[in-house]
Design a protein around this ligand. Structure first.
Ligand code: NDP
Length: 254
């Protein structure tokens, strides 16, 4: 697997915490000879992660932390051109940035929360993909788009209408794109986690730790590393092998 990943440039959105952070670490541990672009809004956190990955890999992994707000079309538009030239030949895009805000009945949900979920989880992911595809086509139709969806995109729940709808949109977009690119060697991959313990719930409850912790009480959620292993495994398959659609539950989750 390391040989297939070696030398590649991998862009991970939402790399500052949780699943995205673990994906970055796992790529470097699996194949230290790679280049990682770590993107999110918290630049200082990304810088710290970059230092730690470089140190752990003994300097073998090259890491570039870059501020990116996927919910801002203007920020996404200039993103590739803001990268140093020798970082633009991206081989793998991991569209992981995403969030949930509030858990409310449809009639009560704030317009601002609707907009942030849709512009981050859906439009942001689509815009990032659009910026990457020309790079893959210029390489003769090679590269990976790996989208982090959610079980929520398959199994909607009461109180999660917007988040569930956003992840269902990711799912449809991913599958349409996979079919559109079927004549190429561009792989389009979706990994849908069940419950994973990260800052996700903290964001959902606006930083209220007691509410966030209550989500994980009495169960054993997945760890971010569990999902990272699957993402890196998918990217490390032989070019003809597409792990198109993977749903990952913790064993307690129905
Ligand atoms: P975290 O809150 O730990 O991580 C979310 C990441 O997304 C952070 O790095 C955050 O960085 C980034 N992010 C949020 N908004 C933006 C934005 N506008 N632009 C760029 N980056 C952004 O949660 P998880 O690691 O759990 O979530 C990662 C993905 O996994 C999400 O897509 C989520 O929907 C999905 N998921 C999570 C599950 C769970 O139970 N935890 C279950 C199923 C799916 P920053 O704040 O620095 O911008």
């Amino acid at each position: 697997m390391a040989a297939r990943l070696g030398g590649k440039t991998i862009l991970i959105t939402g790399a500052s915490s949780g699943i995205g952070r673990s994906i970055a670490i796992e790529f470097s541990r699996t194949s230290p000879d790679i280049k990682l672009i770590l993107a999110a809004r918290r630049e200082e956190t990304l810088k710290e992660l970059a230092q730690s990955i470089k140190a752990e890999s003994g300097g073998q992994t090259k890491v570039l932390p870059v501020r990116l707000d996927v919910s801002s079309p203007s920020n996404v538009n200039g993103f590739i051109n803001r990268l140093p030239e020798d970082w633009r030949d991206i081989d793998v895009l991991v569209n992981n940035a995403g969030l949930v805000k509030g858990v409310d009945k449809v009639g009560e949900i704030a317009e601002e929360d609707i907009n942030i979920m849709m512009s981050t989880n859906v439009t942001g992911l689509i815009n990032m993909t659009q910026k990457i595809l020309p790079i893959f086509h210029a390489r003769g139709g090679r590269g990976d788009v790996i989208n982090v969806g959610s079980v929520a995109g398959r199994e909607p729940y009461a109180g999660g209408s917007i988040y569930c709808a956003s992840k269902a949109a990711v799912r449809s977009f991913t599958e349409s794109l996979r079919r559109e690119l079927i004549a190429t060697r561009i792989r389009v991959i979706e990994v849908d986690p069940g419950q994973v313990e990260t800052e996700f719930s903290l964001v959902r409850f606006g930083g209220d730790k007691s509410k966030a912790d209550a989500i994980y009480a009495g169960c054993e959620p997945l760890t971010p590393e569990d999902i990272a292993e699957i993402v890196v495994f998918a990217a490390g398959r032989r070019e003809n092998v597409v792990l198109a659609d993977t749903l990952v539950y913790p064993s307690h989750q129905a």
